[in-house]
Design a protein around this ligand. Structure first.
Ligand SMILES: Cc1ncc(C[n+]2csc(CCOP(=O)(O)OP(=O)(O)O)c2C)c(N)n1
Length: 342
């Protein structure tokens, strides 16, 4: 038996690339970018609406927002087909929306209403929709990585040609479940793309206090797995680079570990004022806002202010309708631990 020795200089299948910070948007057309900008804006408005409802006491439990990170889930999921699967964390409202779950079903779930994606019994951290191949929504950090490997195993077993995207934070990469999922994905050559949304903080802990290396994608080397690493503020770049990994999964069945560097503008959850970061740091990242960058690119590509305003009005109407729907929907049935009412 020949063992492959993992080193940082290994040329195959090490696909890691790091490039200088670049604040532009990759080559694209308005036809490609406009729907992605619309999705990112809808996610941001939906998150803002949920923050408001939470502060009014209309949403209970935990609420983790993705504001600032929208380009990652939108770009990555844009590289998929309907048959592909997505598995995500408790910070998953945007991922669910990008995979086709409606703002109505997401907000109603947050409000604990019967019309929510899981009948109001799961709440913010447990959005799930089998009809969209959106497989959750998990609250145990890193615990869902083996679940994603399992979904990819099922695709390989059935030969359905689907790829699975698994999203997690950099904090999850220190968890046993992450190591187990990675090991199985590499050993069994499973068609899964493991996407580390490195927003640089696990709750209030900065990356350098929880990891011995800055580069999370290096963990792929231990498994001879392909890897990539890039800045995640450009939705088109995210789509292209995740697209390469999805193509690899489909054609060779090989997994990829992708680290996308990003930033959350707000605290870890609604109860976190984020005092462990300086105002300057947050402001610096806000200047790189993925939504502003996409909007500016659309103007450059010839979209008029009038057209952009129409798109933005359309998003506002969609989210206002979803809030109204959630508020007016009936409350979830009472939940008994051993009897789930249909
Ligand atoms: C196994 C486990 N340990 C601890 C927690 C508490 N917890 C919830 S979120 C979180 C931080 C995770 O950070 P990261 O993986 O970087 O993701 P992010 O929240 O930044 O998106 C922790 C420690 C948990 N939910 N599960």
């Amino acid at each position: 038996m020949v063992w492959r020795v993992a080193t940082a200089s290994m040329s195959t299948p090490d696909k890691k690339r790091i490039e200088p910070e670049d604040h532009s948007i990759a080559e694209t057309t308005a036809a490609e970018l406009a729907p992605l900008y619309r999705q990112m804006l809808a996610i941001r408005r939906m998150e803002e609406a949920s923050a408001k409802a939470y502060s009014q006491g209309k949403i209970g439990g935990f609420l983790h927002l993705i504001i600032g990170q929208e380009a990652v889930c939108v770009g990555a999921i844009a590289a998929l087909e309907e048959k592909d699967y997505v598995v995500a964390t408790y910070r998953e409202h945007g991922h669910a929306y990008a995979k086709g779950v409606s703002a109505r079903a997401i907000l109603a779930e947050l409000y604990g209403k019967k019309t929510g994606s899981v009948k109001g019994l799961g709440g913010s951290m447990h959005i799930f929709d089998k009809s969209k191949n959106f497989l959750g929504g998990y609250g145990i950090v890193g615990g869902h990585v083996p679940i994603a490997a399992g979904a990819a195993f099922a695709s390989k077993y059935r030969g359905d040609g689907a790829a699975t995207l698994c999203f997690f934070g950099e904090g999850a990469s220190t968890i046993g479940g992450f190591a187990e999922g990675l090991a199985l994905a590499a050993l069994w050559k499973l068609p899964v793309v493991l996407i580390c949304e490195n927003n640089q903080y696990s709750m209030g802990t900065p990356l350098y206090r929880s990891l011995a290396v800055e580069d999370v994608s290096m963990r792929a080397l231990a498994h001879g797995m392909a890897r990539d690493r890039f800045d995640g503020d450009d939705v088109i770049k995210v789509k292209r680079r995740i697209g390469e990994a999805v193509e690899r999964a489909r054609t060779t069945g090989e997994p990829t570990l992708v680290e996308v560097v990003t930033y959350r503008f707000r605290g870890h959850s609604m109860s976190d004022p984020g005092l462990y970061r300086t105002k300057d740091e947050v402001e610096e990242w806000k200047r790189r806002d993925p939504l502003n960058r996409s909007r500016a690119k659309l103007t450059e590509l010839g979209m008029s202010e009038q057209e952009l305003a129409a798109l933005e009005d359309d998003v506002r109407a969609e989210i206002e309708d979803a809030v109204k729907f959630a508020e007016e929907s009936p409350a979830a049935d009472e939940y008994f631990p051993y009897v789930v009412k249909e």
